[in-house]
Design a protein around this ligand. Structure first.
Ligand code: SF4
Ligand code: SF4
Length: 326
């Protein structure tokens, strides 16, 4: 039996079947994807990031983003990429955000290994000085799985970086939260978040003396490099069926697209980073919107642009930038 024989063929139809609408609530987070430059080339990467990518946010665009943010009361800025630290104006971005009145809380989505790369040795210290929350990718606590997904040597470098962050107070000091992100190493859903967190805490403490705050489980969405991997292994249809079968209406309320505005390295606006990769930009009267075109008062209750990749966020316990939803 095919997926369409049992289930509505689209995410939109599934929402309708459950009498659900996906609309925005109050914006609480501005997520800025500063570009596609990264020192790694992970198999699951939804950005297709890598060391040769040239797309990065310029200082001029950073300043425009911050000038817009200064007119709002959005309390949190979530920096993602690529490896956000690699853009030349990363420090400028952070320093301007902290100079705003009130200063904004900053999250850095860090791949850990960048903190050991030549030229970036003092970035961990910089992050700590500016009290930046770190959400770090760590797809497993065993070297085999991490190296298979992220590249040879990535596990050892990640462990060293976590030990460095711990030595600065990350994971223990209340103003220096350190969270880890788990994502499955293949075409399956994450296991229960609380159980995985307990396993990670036990293993990382016992073998490496590492401590951290929370583990977030994030589902791989069937787009970009992960979609290519699925297609290459003839698993795309099965994975879509898995996601559709696991649709959980209780996840809708907490989806990140409800309270997060996502911006690209050029300033274009989206409902989330996945929509950004699919070029599902916000439009007004046929014109693509940039952040500085947006009147925040008009954002609340705006309909969210959805497509079938959204099944990745609503499967099982759900998945968003802060992990499982239910
Ligand atoms: S998943 Fe993260 S660390 Fe890996 S290539 Fe993509 S942006 Fe870089
Ligand atoms: S991909 Fe996820 S976060 Fe993005 S619009 Fe769809 S449900 Fe929302």
């Amino acid at each position: 039996m095919t997926a369409s024989a049992t289930y509505p063929s689209s995410f939109r139809a599934t929402l309708a079947q459950h009498s659900l609408r996906l609309r925005r609530s109050r914006a609480e987070i501005l997520q800025v994807n500063v570009g596609k430059l990264c020192n790694l080339t992970c198999v699951h990467c939804h950005v297709n990031a890598g060391p040769k990518r040239k797309e990065i946010m310029t200082r001029e665009t950073i300043d425009r983003v911050i000038d817009w943010l200064a007119t709002t009361d959005i309390p949190t800025v979530d920096l993602t990429g690529g490896a956000p630290e690699m853009i030349p104006d990363f420090r400028h971005f952070v320093e301007r955000l902290k100079a705003l009145d009130p200063p904004r809380h900053i999250i850095d989505r860090c791949n850990l290994t960048i903190l050991l790369e030549p030229g970036f040795e003092d970035y961990a210290q910089f992050l700590a000085q500016h009290e930046i929350e770190i959400i770090a990718s760590m797809p497993c606590y065993s070297p085999e799985n991490v190296n298979a997904q992220r590249g040879e040597g990535v596990f050892d470098a990640s462990i060293k970086a976590l030990q460095l962050l711990n030595s600065l107070g990350y994971g223990t000091a209340p103003h220096l939260p350190l969270h880890l992100v788990y994502n499955p190493n293949g075409a399956f859903l994450p296991g229960p978040q609380a159980e995985l967190e307990a396993d990670y805490k036990r293993e990382l403490k016992e073998h490496f003396g590492i401590v951290f705050n929370n583990l977030y489980t994030i589902t791989n969405l069937p787009i970009a490099r992960f979609a290519s991997y699925l297609k290459h292994n003839n698993k795309l249809a099965d994975y879509m069926l898995l996601l559709k079968e696991a649709f959980n209406p209780a996840t809708i309320e907490g989806l990140m697209c409800r309270n997060t505005i996502n911006v690209s390295w050029t300033g274009e606006v989206f409902d989330c980073d996945f929509n950004q990769m699919l070029k599902m930009q916000w439009h007004d009267r046929g014109r693509g919107l940039y952040l500085w075109d947006v009147d925040l008062a008009s954002v609340e209750n705006r309909e969210i642009l959805v497509a079938d990749h959204c099944f990745g966020c609503t499967a099982g316990a759900g998945s968003s930038c802060g992990g499982a939803l239910v």
